[in-house]
Ligand binder design. Structure first.
Ligand code: SF4
Length: 284
């Protein structure tokens, strides 16, 4: 069965996280039922009506949890803020889904990627709007060309814009929208950047592991996570879809947000459009 689940084509994208969370809710039902079964004889000794009363109370709690679970995933699919449940998703459902997925020997990266999709859609459902100077684009160091001699960590302006990596284009995008940008070499530095810059929202680019830990650490700041591409393997000369970055930025600034900076980038060359573009890559 575990093999069938691992290979199922149906469990792609958001579906995998939903399925694993659903297994978690089922497991909770079994635990609660077992608990009631164990205490039922003792309750009967106290009062004959007590097993039914406690049983109904446990059932009510369970139905509450199951309803919450349904609302979270309806919010994600409909992109409607039916319930503000990012905390439960981040703090409870994600560790639960990860634990169940590990038991079934499903790749952690698959589960993390699925969680990021769900989390992005919950952030989008809540539709938080922020000013440009309170929006942070947080990037991993591995986006920088491996042989670049310039140290851009901590001081992005050291990039000379040679175009050998996407740091130059990303700088132009940030300048155009007037948002903050930082490159972090790891989780500790990323956390320090967030504490110092105090953003109201974050667009983060990283691998599955760093994105999920970043989302957990940054909570309750809304984060849209964008997975990097790794044509040369992990942690070296990675890339990111610039259109996805621009779409996420515009989402936080408002759907009609247009570049405001003087230094407007050459959009077509950079592979993204400044405004009016209908890319829905992050809306699925
Ligand atoms: S674009 Fe900037 S960071 Fe990238 S290789 Fe050139 S100088 Fe270095």
């Amino acid at each position: 069965m575990a093999l069938a689940i691992r290979q199922s084509r149906l469990l792609q994208g958001k579906s995998l996280f939903i399925f694993l969370s659903f297994l978690g809710v089922l497991a909770l039902g079994v635990v609660l039922l077992g608990f009631w079964y164990l205490i039922e004889p003792r309750l009967e000794d106290i009062h004959t009506g007590l097993p039914l009363a406690i049983g109904l109370a446990i059932l009510a709690v369970y139905l509450g949890v199951a309803s919450l679970f349904c609302l979270i995933f309806l919010s994600s699919y409909l992109q409607r803020d039916l319930i503000s449940a990012k905390r439960i998703t981040v703090r409870i459902l994600f560790p639960l889904a990860l634990a169940i997925g590990k038991t079934l020997r499903i790749s952690e990266d698959r589960i993390r990627g699925s969680f990021i999709e769900i989390h992005n859609s919950l952030v989008r459902a809540a539709s938080p709007l922020v000013r440009g100077n309170r929006l942070l684009l947080l990037l991993p160091h591995c986006l920088q060309n491996f042989q670049c001699p310039h140290r851009v960590t901590g001081e992005i302006r050291n990039c000379t814009g040679c175009g050998k990596c996407e740091i130059a284009d990303l700088t132009k995008i940030c300048d155009a929208y007037g948002i903050k940008m930082s490159i972090a070499t790891g989780g500790t530095l990323a956390r320090r950047v967030i504490v110092e810059m105090r953003p109201k929202a974050i667009v983060a680019v990283a691998c599955e592991r760093d994105l999920t830990s970043g989302i957990q650490d940054s909570y309750p700041i809304p984060v849209i996570g964008i997975l990097n591409e790794r044509p040369f393997g992990p942690c070296r000369d990675t890339r990111v879809d610039l259109a996805k970055v621009a779409t996420a930025i515009r989402f936080f600034l408002g759907s009609d947000a247009a570049p405001t900076g003087d230094d407007k980038p050459e959009e077509q060359e950079a592979g993204w459009a400044p405004c009016g573009e209908k890319s829905d890559s992050l809306r699925t």
